[in-house]
Write a protein that binds this ligand. Structure first.
Ligand code: NI
Ligand code: MN
Length: 253
């Protein structure tokens, strides 16, 4: 009898050691390339969000020709989100995931791999699922073409789930994210002027139901410079953690 019990304990120990039971403890490796651009590695697959490097004066130390990408997710068509998308897609052969209008525009720029989506739609890729969610913002492409609706993304993978807000105002739609999907953490724009500022992002954090927030869309231009210590303090006061990564910083979530 004791032997059976010992065997059971051994199996429990083994399961813990091999992390079969704590999926939530799995980590994603994230690299911040400045502005709203993040590289995220999920099970060896590289996702790249809103690449804007060569046009970003704060990101001059980033060598964009070494950035890996299997998928490039574009929230909307503004230059500070798609600036380097064509170049990186052509170099890496990455597939663009974005609105129908933006993927169609990418096609005209010679990018061959794309997956068109629209608000409310979900699709299963090899790294996990992507749901395109509402953002309150505009979306035109650099040549003035219509970019469809600006969007955010909900990503669910075996290594965890997150919400990427894109550029957006605070909107009641964010409440759906905590009611229906409960992501583990969220990337929220908070530079104000063009998007939510810190105060609204604090409310957004509550509405999307995340304790761990990564800030984005701050400091790049004079219009969106923020006070870092005041911002982190504001989130701490409501029991949440705000990470404002340094450009080039690699961290895990
Ligand atoms: Ni924008
Ligand atoms: Mn923007």
């Amino acid at each position: 009898m004791d032997d059976v019990k010992n065997k059971e304990l051994l199996i429990v120990y083994f399961l813990h050691q091999t992390h079969i039971w704590d999926k939530k403890e799995a980590h994603m490796k994230i690299t911040y390339f400045g502005h709203a651009c993040f590289g995220i590695e999920v099970s060896g697959i590289h996702l790249l969000f809103d690449p804007f490097i060569s046009g970003n004066p704060l990101a001059s130390q980033i060598e964009k020709n070494t950035i890996p990408a299997d998928y490039i997710l574009l929230s909307h068509g503004h230059g500070d989100h798609i600036g380097d998308a064509v170049d990186i897609a052509l170099r890496t052969g990455a597939k663009i995931i974005s609105s129908y209008e933006i993927t169609d525009w990418m096609k005209r720029q010679g990018v061959s791999k794309h997956h068109p989506m629209n608000i409310g739609g979900k699709w299963a890729f090899d790294f996990g699922t992507v749901k395109m969610v509402a953002a309150v913002h505009s979306s035109s492409l650099p040549d003035g073409s219509y970019g469809g609706c600006a969007a955010g993304f909900l990503i669910e993978t075996a290594e965890g789930s997150f919400y990427y807000s894109g550029d957006t105002a605070l909107t009641q739609d964010m409440k759906l994210i905590s009611e229906l999907w409960r992501p583990d953490f969220a990337f929220l724009c908070l530079g104000d002027n063009f998007t939510m500022g810190v105060e609204d992002a604090r409310i957004a954090a509550e509405w999307v139901g995340c304790q761990r927030i990564i800030g984005m869309h701050f400091d790049t231009f004079g219009y969106i410079v923020i006070n870092h210590s005041e911002a982190t303090k504001a989130f701490e006061q409501q029991g949440k953690s705000l990470k404002l990564p340094a450009i080039g910083e690699i961290f895990e979530m």
